[in-house]
Every structure is written in C-alpha cells, then in structure tokens.
Design a protein. Structure first.
Length: 289
C-alpha cells in the first residue's frame, strides 16, 4: 500500500429515492426513518457504510489488503482471531498489540477506512486497549432529507402462501411495502489525515477507491424494497494540509440545496437547485458526481 494521505477532506453527498425505503427503522416496523418533530427523513451512517463495504468487496473480491471486516455470515470473533494468530509468539504486550492492530488495518479495507471495535482483541489479556479499538479516518454524519417525507404503506398480494393451512383456504396472501414517493437526502462526511497517518494507514489509493465506491454504491445495491436510489452529487473539499484550512461547518454551509419556487411537491431531482459557494483560501472544491 502507498503512503497515508496528507490532506484533510470534508465532503457532501446528495442522493434521492423514488418509491422506495432508503433506510428502514426496526423500531417502527421497518418504516422509513423519520425525525418525528420535523418530518424529515433520516439515513444512518451505518446504512451508507454498508453499501460502501459491499461495493469494495465486489470490486476487490478478496484481493490482499482489501478484505472486509464487517461481513455477512462471518463472525467478528473469527476475523479478530486472524490477527491474534499472527502475533501469538510475541512476548512484549505493547509490541503484540501494535502488531495486531497493524495487521488488521493492513488486511481489512473497512478497518483502515472506518475503524472498528474488535471485541475478541479487547478481551484478550495479552493485548492492550490499543488493539481492541481503532478510530478510522473516514466518518459520516446522519443523512437528512431536504424536505419532509411522506411514508406510505403499500399493501400487495402474492400467490406464494406462507403455510399449508393457509394454502388450503386461500390462493393469495396480503403483504406490505413501506415507501416514500420521493425524497432528496443530504449527508456529510469527514476524512482525517491525522488518523490516517498515525493509526490506520489509509492511503491515496484507498481514498480514490472510496470516492469510486461512493459514486457507484447504489448501482450495486439494488433491491425492490429500496426503489430507485441515485447519487446526484459528491462535493469534495480538499484542504492544503493535514490539519485543515477552514472549519468543516463553514465549508458545509457553502453547499445550498433549495426547492425551486414553482414546485409545491418535489418528485424529481430537477425540482431542486444546488449551488456551491467559493472556497476559502487553502481549500479546493471538486464536484466528482
């Protein structure tokens, strides 16, 4: 892998959904997540990270250094055990801990990117706390829809009957789908060169792969439940150094998204206007999607 990144970044992504559920809430019967006070839709950071992990796993397909730590059907304990095995003969506790962490960051792209809490390592008395928890340089805030959303429950019928008893008395069965007709979401993120250099080794090649994953993550994550999800904008703020040249919130405020005056009920991305202000000194702006 190449050297860790040397510049701080912030970024904004805009994406929309048509007739789908962008992020179901298990506490509300899997209805689309919503802020009960404002009616705005919510998408968690974990939801977006999952899509990025899936894209990396698909593109790299087990390539050395690009395995995925949080992966379906593989326990975290089993993943941790791989790293513990590589340092089992080291007697010095601190060297063993650093060796474990370095192996896990080197082997797993999502640890190198997002960090991880490694429970097996944290419980291993021969390892220190430095091994069990890794702070990743790339972090997302929660996404929020530009306008309030209107969740709908759509009743559907299916010819596949759940049980034999039901099949004896009916030829169809009623199901439900939770959707929103349309919603444009905004989500913000941060990339720390400091953590990349001192902790995980997140590199320029890793960064470019991350941008590609963000741009294409919805294309490889299709399902009937999610409807039509599309990335509309990836706006990247690159600082001239690792500590940054401007506060993150000032840069985020440069991105303005508003509904066009003649639109009462948004149903398409073209119903909105997006503008990006001028960058302050020491920051460059790139619109990558």
């Amino acid at each position: 892998m190449s050297n860790p990144i040397t510049n701080r970044y912030e970024f904004v992504i805009l994406y929309d959904v048509e007739n789908g559920n962008p992020n179901g809430d298990p506490d509300a019967g899997n209805m689309p997540r919503i802020d009960p006070e404002t009616g705005h839709g919510i998408v968690t950071d974990v939801c977006i990270k999952r899509k990025i992990r899936n894209y990396i796993d698909l593109v790299k397909d087990g390539e050395n250094g690009f395995d995925i730590y949080i992966k379906q059907d593989i326990s975290l304990n089993a993943q941790d055990a791989r790293g513990v095995e590589t340092v089992k003969d080291e007697k010095d506790k601190e060297k063993k801990s650093l060796g474990f962490r370095e192996y896990m960051c080197r082997s797993f792209y999502d640890i190198r990117t997002f960090g991880a809490v490694m429970t097996t390592a944290a419980k291993d008395k021969t390892l220190s706390n430095v091994a069990g928890q890794v702070r990743g340089p790339v972090q997302f805030a929660f996404g929020k829809s530009i306008d309030p959303i209107v969740p709908q429950e759509i009743r559907i019928t299916r010819v596949a009957i759940t049980t034999e008893d039901k099949a004896a008395n009916a030829s169809t069965e009623v199901g439900r789908k939770h959707i929103i007709p349309y919603g444009l979401y905004r989500q913000e993120g941060f990339i720390s060169a400091n953590l990349a250099q001192k902790v995980t080794g997140f590199s320029e090649a890793d960064l470019e792969l991350f941008w590609n994953a963000v741009v294409h993550m919805f294309d490889e994550d299709r399902s009937a439940a999610r409807g039509k999800m599309t990335l509309r904008e990836l706006i990247v703020f690159k600082h001239a150094n690792e500590l940054g040249s401007a506060p993150a919130h000032k840069l985020f405020e440069l991105v303005r998204v508003s509904r066009k005056e003649n639109v009462k009920t948004p149903r398409a991305y073209t119903d909105y206007a997006v503008s990006v202000g001028l960058a302050p000194e020491g920051v460059t702006i790139e619109r990558r999607a």
